[in-house]
Design a protein around this ligand. Structure first.
Ligand SMILES: Nc1ncnc2c1ncn2[C@@H]1O[C@H](COP(=O)(O)OP(=O)(O)OP(=O)(O)O)[C@@H](O)[C@H]1O
Ligand SMILES: [Mg+2]
Length: 252
């Protein structure tokens, strides 16, 4: 069976009927990290949310396949059990649930079985060490009063504990100072390996200095209009998006 996350000709619209995704094609083989860049409003976060199973969008055509299996009929939690992970651009606050409890529940939900406290804390300790974070973050309520940087770092902690097969990380770099950016990158790089594939949505080439992508894709007006190696991100940094907008027009 295909060892890849495949998004095939995905079209989606919002309630008003406006089409946001206009035929997205993206293949991320297991073991690779791909970056998706593109101007504001081009549909990057929408794509991430739809892959995770956000029901507020209507998919009108296309498919999302995880290792060859369609996830289109699956709810968000079922997709997670099939190995998908999404970190949100604006993480929600969940007052009353500690970070550690949330993580353990999420891990149990993903595995479909209980996880012993010992095993769970073993995973946590390892992740916290890589993220250079102390345990006090575990007893805080989920995202409640977390700084922007703490939320982002916490997403990577979730990623490391849940160990998904495929992750879509939306603007993991936004709001991070340079030290936190390095630490978060360390976490993603620690996940790198033959059993893990990821899509990094980012506006800045800077992140890609720390996490070298195998492929860079550019999304404009609801479509991937061009793809290339890491040098494509450098070109965008230098030249902006005007020239890729031309490609979107040419693609029709
Ligand atoms: N639920 C929604 N209701 C109304 N409009 C929406 C909704 N979701 C997305 N859109 C619109 O779809 C377009 C794409 O939004 P999206 O958040 O996917 O862009 P993006 O590429 O992530 O942008 P940014 O780089 O600013 O994060 C925008 O014009 C946005 O306003
Ligand atoms: Mg976005």
């Amino acid at each position: 069976m295909a060892n890849q996350l495949e998004i095939r000709n995905l079209h989606a619209r919002i309630e008003s009927g406006e089409e946001i995704l206009k035929g997205v094609n993206l293949v991320v083989p297991k073991g690779e990290i791909h970056a998706v860049m593109g101007p504001n409003g081009s549909g990057k976060s929408t794509l991430a949310k739809i892959v995770a199973g956000d029901p507020s969008y209507e998919v009108t055509a296309g498919e999302i396949l995880v290792d060859g299996q369609s996830v289109m009929e699956m709810e968000a939690d079922e997709r997670a059990r099939h190995g998908l992970f999404l970190a949100f651009q604006y993480p929600v606050e969940v007052p009353g649930v500690t970070n550690a409890n949330f993580l353990r529940l999420a891990l149990q939900a993903k595995l479909g079985q209980d996880v012993s406290v010992m095993e769970f804390y073993g995973k946590l300790q390892k992740a916290l060490q890589i993220l250079e974070w102390d345990e006090s973050i575990l007893t805080r309520y989920l995202n409640d009063g977390f700084s922007g940087g703490e939320k982002k770092r916490n997403e990577i902690l979730q990623l490391m504990v849940l160990e998904p097969t495929y992750a879509i990380l939306d603007e993991t770099d936004s709001g991070l100072d340079i030290d936190a950016l390095k630490v978060v990158s360390k976490g993603v790089n620690a996940m790198r390996g033959p059993g893990f594939g990821a899509v990094l949505i980012t506006h800045y080439q800077r992140l890609l200095n720390y996490i070298t992508p195998d492929v860079v894709h550019v999304m404009v007006e609801g479509k991937i209009v061009t793809s290339g190696g890491p040098e494509l991100a450098l070109k965008l940094e230098e030249q902006g998006y005007e020239w890729v907008k031309g490609l979107a027009v040419a693609a029709g």
